[in-house]
Each structure stands twice: as C-alpha cells, then as structure tokens.
Design a protein around this ligand. Sequence first.
Ligand code: AVJ
Length: 320
Amino acid sequence: MKPAVEWRQPLCSADNEAFAADLHAALARVPKAISPKYFYDEAGSRLFEQICELPEYYPTRTERALIEAHAADMAEQFGPGVQLVEYGAGALRKVRLLLDAIPRDGVQFVPVDISGPHLLAACDALAADYPGLSIQPLVADFTRPHTLPPCPEGSRRVGFFPGSSIGNFTPTEADAFLRLAASELAGGGLLIGIDLVKDEATLHAAYNDAAGVTAAFNLNLLHRARRELGADFPPDGFEHLAFYNPAYRRIEMHLRATRALELRVGGEAYAFHEGETLHTEHSHKYTVAGFQALAARAGFSPGKVWTDANGWFAVLWLEA
Ligand code: AVJ
C-alpha cells in the first residue's frame, strides 16, 4: 500500500504579499479591477461551497451529474496509470467521482490550490475516505510557474480542471493557462469543465441568488482586505453587482460604491465616486466548438465531449 505522504509539508507556499501588491494596483487602475483568485481565503472558500449548493447555481450539479454518469468513459481516456493533477482543487468533491472509476494503485493525485489551510483539510478528508491513495498536494497559484512532483514512471500526467474555473480567465489568460497546461501535461491530457453560452435569465439568476450568498462571496473580498491588510473599506460602502455582458459572453461581478468614498489601504489613499466599481470577476461562457478552437491553438487535440440534455455545461477531453 502506498503511503499518503508529505502533505503536512506543501512543496511551496502561496505568496501572501501578492494580495497587498495586487490590491494597490487594482485600486490605482482605471477602471478598478482585481483578480478573482483573492476571493478564496478560508471564509471565501466556504462561501463558494455554499454557492455550489444554491438552486440557481446550475454549473456544479450539472457537471457533477456528467462526471457521475461518464466517469468510466472519462477514465478510459486517461489510460491505465495516471498522475492526476487538479488545478484549483477546492473541496475535492468532484474528483472522488473520477477516483471511484480508477483502480487506486493506478493513480497519484496532485491537488493544486492557492488556499493552503482549505486544501490540507480537504486532503485529510480525502485520505480518510480513500485509504492507500497517494496524495501529493501543492499549495500554489497554478496560473504562475510552479513545479509539479515528477510523474511516476509508466504513468501519464492528466490535468483535471472542473467547475468552469477557466471562465475566470479572459480569452488571453485562458490561452496562456492552456499553453502552460499543454506543456506540463505533454503526453497526457486535460479533462476540463466549461460553462456554455445560454439564455441570459438563467445566467443572471445563477450570479444573483435570492439568498444573497453570491453577494456575500463578492463582499468577502473587502472583509478580507480589512482583516489581512487593515484596509478601511466601510462595510456599508459597497454592494454586489453581477450582470451578463453579451458582447464578451461573460458574467461580470463588481463591487459598487454606494456613495462617494475615500479610503486607505496600508498608508495609500484611494477614492471611489458614487456608483464606481471595483471589477472583481469575469465568468466567460463558451460554445464547445469555440473552446476546442482555443484549446487547439494552445496545443491540445480535441477529444470526447460530454454535455447535459439542456446543453448548459460541457466536460471536454483534450489530448496534450
Ligand atoms: C469558480 C469561476 C467557476 O464563475 O461561476 C460563482 C465563481 N462566482 N459565483 C463561476 C463564481 C460567483 C465560479 N467559478
């Protein structure tokens, strides 16, 4: 039995100072905009898990049903021995559906996530449920150069990027990520979930849930800045804004100033006029053909595609 090793000692640690530097840059920019990766501190990761359970938020349950129904077919694309690298691993729920379809001694699992405490807790839970599974977590920002553990001999390296997380990237950023992935997965492949273009009402509801969890998730960025950086964003000074921008085929999330504001972050002063926003997230929607073309330009060959009956979500196999 292979031991579940080394995950008390992540291979490298995410850069905490990056948040301060990026927040200053975000507030100095016109229009103001910050990377959505800063949503995912412990509180933010927990809120995101709540989003995944919301009735309006169809992507998670749709993708889960696809993987559940087709896990064996998906695993067949991987081949017999696999180093499975999950980008932005989160709570490690979906991968279980895949792991259930692969013989345990044929897989080394490498979850990569920026949120260290959350990742390690998720690995604990996974190890308890999958005794004997080899797990090598990596606490890292997977959009930046990082070093994966070596691929075990006789195994293919396969990336797993579910949840349509790639939607957070602009097409240019998606291209850069796919190129990085195509090179580190060369000889293997990538199993990726993408959210598809659909009617605006369905999209709008998914990012404006009645319970206000998405709003809390968005606003948590400001709470995090207060907690970690001593920034003085007034709690009632901003509100959640999410809408579909058809020109870019993306949902945009913003934090909108409810009044003119002056605030300080670590000694620097910034101003918002009433209604001005800090753009916090893109969530790009794709067509299957459009995404395959993007992936092909980055070095992948399109393979099998699994979609739900509504055509709301797709899981794609891409050979690297
Ligand atoms: C994790 C990027 C896939 O875009 O749907 C959910 C994040 N933001 N609700 C998405 C999110 C607001 C989510 N992704």
